[in-house]
Design a protein around this ligand. Structure first.
Ligand code: SAM
Ligand code: SF4
Length: 324
């Protein structure tokens, strides 16, 4: 469907849990957070019902996120249920990769199309400092398993900061000989990210070009999202930039989010949207759910205002509760 600005909305980011086994500095506070009680989290049955209605509105690509989505039990059953919905043609997952190697075979059998692995560094001590957990080996094993899985699209997401500056080039190098997209995501001032200095694309790009040579745009290959892709000479894979701060992409935004508690969130920066859980609890029919979704999507905010001070209805939750 189209929102009030005429943008086609066809992509849903679906958070299945707020829980996570890592504590990334830009995502969660050092003391951790109090997890939502299980009773507040949508069941798979409820999620699938909502997704059938979303699919009827033309949302055909779904990304599972969290918290750590693989920390939720039997995620493969959700993937299989989503793939069985008429109209849904792509199911992806964004994960820290630590639990991926053991779960990938069943997730792939269930129909998983794409895996995005978040990895900010290849240095063990740096990984432990950024994620507050000594788990680099687990993530690398997950990445290896994903790259070895036939037919699976694999992407790597890195948030560039001063803390991992010596790792931007080694991470980009992973795309040299493998069919892998290494994407750099500008730090956004959401939750814990608000207090941290981010690195802007221009600085990162200069460093990459110094080491790898010119980055040539991958023409006609937008990848269905806000990422702009480039390929240095001699590379099999691609380098991507998702730069909400310095290259705002709100005018072509195609997405909405569903939180683990059932809030349909229509913009990353705002707490704008509609609580669908009370409607489910009240036993309403699909047409009532559909009307609530249509109204919320019609009112999707025009754009974010990162870096321009606080406003009413700004998002106050941490990224683990939103899904990134
Ligand atoms: N746990 C999974 C993971 O880390 O991939 C999925 C959830 S995580 C919230 C989704 C993505 O959001 C990750 O790639 C993470 O690096 C990114 N992220 C978290 N906080 C961020 C922030 N403040 N700015 C930009 N990206 C952020
Ligand atoms: Fe967990 Fe992902 Fe947040 Fe890191 S970014 S703490 S892995 S939810």
């Amino acid at each position: 469907m189209r929102d009030g600005q005429g943008r086609v909305i066809d992509y849903l980011r679906l958070s299945v849990t707020d829980r996570c086994n890592l504590r990334c500095t830009y995502c969660m506070p050092p003391e951790g957070v109090e997890w939502l009680p299980h009773t507040q989290i949508l069941s798979y049955e409820q999620i699938l019902r909502l997704c059938r209605v979303f699919a009827g509105l033309g949302l055909h690509r779904i990304r599972l996120t969290g918290g750590e989505p693989l920390a939720r039990k039997d995620l493969d059953q959700l993937v299989a249920g989503l793939k069985a919905i008429s109209g849904i043609d792509h199911v992806a997952v964004t994960t820290n990769g630590t639990l991926l190697a053991e779960q990938l075979p069943v997730l792939r059998s269930a129909g998983l199309d794409t895996v995005n692995i978040s990895l900010d560094t290849l240095d063990r001590a740096q990984f432990a400092a950024i994620t507050r957990r000594d788990a680099l080996e687990d993530t690398l094993t997950g990445l290896e398993a994903a790259l070895a899985m036939p037919g699976l699209t694999v992407k790597l997401n890195c948030v560039p900061t001063a803390d991992n500056a010596d790792q931007w080039v080694p991470l980009a190098e992973l795309a040299r000989a493998q069919t892998l997209s290494v994407r750099f995501i500008e730090l956004m001032p959401i939750g814990m990210g608000g207090g941290l200095p981010g690195i802007v694309e221009a600085e990162l790009r200069a460093r990459l070009e110094e080491a790898l040579g010119p980055l040539h745009p991958c023409e006609g290959d937008p990848g269905g999202g806000p990422c702009r892709y480039f390929r240095p000479a001699g590379f099999t894979g691609r380098i991507g930039f998702i730069s909400a701060m310095t290259h705002q992409f709100c005018s072509t935004c195609n997405r909405v989010r569903l939180t683990a508690t059932g809030f349909l969130k229509t913009c990353l920066q705002y707490e704008k949207g509609v609580e669908l859980r009370p409607l489910l609890d009240a036993g309403v029919g699909d047409e009532v759910l559909r009307a609530a979704m249509v109204q919320a999507i019609a009112e999707k905010p025009i754009q974010h205002h990162f870096g321009q001070g606080a406003r009413q209805q700004d998002e106050r939750h941490n990224m683990n509760q939103i899904g990134g």
